[in-house]
Design a protein around this ligand. Sequence first.
Ligand code: PMV
Length: 330
Amino acid sequence: MTSATASAPGKLMLFGEHAAVYGHPCLVTAVDFRTRVLVRRSEDKSVVLRIPSRPEPFVLTVDELQGANSFPGEIRFLATAIKKFWGHAGETFGMEVRTQSDLAHSFGLGSSSAVTVAAIKALSEASHHPLDLDLVFRLSYETVREAQTGLASGFDVAAATFGGTLYYVAETRLVQPLDIQELPLVIGYSGRKANTVEYVKQVRTLSQTHPQLAGGIMRHIASIVAKAKVGLERQDWAQVGLLMDLNQADLQALGVSTHELDSLIYAARTNGALGAKLSGAGGGDCIIALVDGETRTPVEKAIAQCGVAGAQVVSPGLGAEGVRLDQWRE
Ligand code: PMV
């Protein structure tokens, strides 16, 4: 085969954001907003990247690709993945690469990690260098670290690679799939895109200026994650909801929640949610609220009508399948 398409899911952080960057565990689920990458090997040595947001393709030489990590955001992850894969395969080759995304990028549900993982998988298939999932994960994580200044736990890469709902520890690269039948969550988009790198840096500054205080909060988050893992496995929703509220309090203490996120969270809680928290770096993107059969509809309505501009409920499937070979959709 000289051409291949792979797709990978987006992600939703359930518990443990920010602490995950400092080696603590987190809980994440894959969402079935998928990103597809098509790789078609060519006879010449040029690399042609076609992405939906640009009418004209990026045409690059092998030499130009070496500077991939300084490219614009839209192609940086893709180009860095190609460079990484060439390094692994021990050869360079020309190709056309196309990408296609469901809605993940609009809501901060993880399109950079998904594009990276899908690209590594498609590259390996199109060039007859099959990779097992652990290697897909490793090459993708190295790509993301290089393309994104090194401050990344890789939880999103783990979700895109392995899928499902995972207990993940960056420091030891432990990826433990959890057997969870049901995740009764409402996801509310806060109307504003988050700048993950900016918020990760803000927390790093706090960790440097107030190491004991920040370290205490991180350790508290880690103990919440440990309890939340058990709560999710037992489907003890009262416990999981309480832990979501406690985790949110820690994220507020770290200074990453916003007025908009707090408004969505209070709308959810006051309409019957068992717990609610922001998901991801903060500053925008999404909140998650834990509901049951009776409270789902009132919570969804309350989020949509809470008065925050652009607030809306997003409903991808959760615990989605990880990276896989797929069909290109014209
Ligand atoms: O903003 P998101 O959804 O990409 O989540 C970032 C989560 C952090 O823990 C803040 C960073 C990381 O790499 O784990």
